[in-house]
Design a protein around this ligand. Sequence first.
Ligand code: UT7
Length: 337
Amino acid sequence: METRTEDRSPANRAVITGCGSFVPPKVLTNDDLARLVDTSDEWITSRTGIKVRHITTAEESTAYLATQAAQRAMDYAGVGAEEINLITVATITPEMVFPSTACFVQQALGAKKAWAFDVGAACSGFVYSLHLVHQLIETRQIDKALVIGAETLTKITNWKDRTSCILFGDGAGAVVVERRQNTGRGLMYSTAGADGAFWESLNCRAYGSRHPSSQPLDDPDKVFMQIKGREVYQQAVRRIVDAVTDCLEHCRLTLDDVAMVISHQMNARIIESAAKRLNLPDEKVFINIQNYGNTSAASVPIAFDECVRQGRIKKGDIVIFVAFGAGVTWGANVIEF
Ligand code: UT7
């Protein structure tokens, strides 16, 4: 199943006016992991590009990370909490089963006029959210939205499984999206897709309705994330290439027009392999996985925030966000920043 949003209404544009990110201070190095499982800094670095990841303490929750990132994005945009109409939090590690993490963020920020909900599309959650907000703003349903990706993946990591525990980290990224009239800037195009046939490639089975907390688990490891890395790897490269190609074709852009492609940071080799197939030069591909690991829905907005603050993206630049994750899901957004 695929869905697209086109730039049909240039009179009302969805413009990203602010960005922010936050990661917990505690760091876990590859050498730290090598003391937990049979692995090495050399293996992790060469297979994934990851050197360190940030991990939450017991007191640091997903809503806490999300609120910090959101406040930074609002400060950047110069927007107050009471001006926000909508808060979305893309996450697979919510504050609790319900209510939504977005409601906790709404309360923490004092964004009393905002409606709030979570988006469950795993690593594609942030680009899915922008797809929705793009449409809500262009159809004048809302004026100002906080779009957040926030994860505490290390809370559902199996620290005995070397094939997965080396990959993930915690963090949050956010953008403020505002309705602006008669501007050339804004979200230009979004595309998204899903294929549930591959749900077993990446999942965390407990505690949903198939494995409720009231019944003992046949396998205690079902409380943790489980991945089939090789399967994910091959699909991810193909879906990223297809989504970026779709964006270029649909917006009639060449690679020369694009300042930066910001991919979900799942594995540096996956991003490099997709970039090679797309003929993207190195300077147009942002990789920061070495510092954070895979932060799922948070990785694109964290990378975007870093790019903006490092001056790698400037006002007016065309940027493509692209992601692939559990479901499986994928998606991309084209923005003129
Ligand atoms: O955002 C979506 C979530 N992300 C993903 O699902 C990750 C996508 N996949 C990947 O990033 C890569 O597939 C991995 C990094 C997970 C694995 O890299 P790979 O190059 O696909 O390695 P592999 O799974 O083919 O394993 C190669 C070898 C195996 O040993 P044998 O069978 O060749 O003897 C593994 O047992 O590496 C072994 N291995 C390890 N060795 C040291 C697996 N994990 C480790 C480890 N340290 N941590």
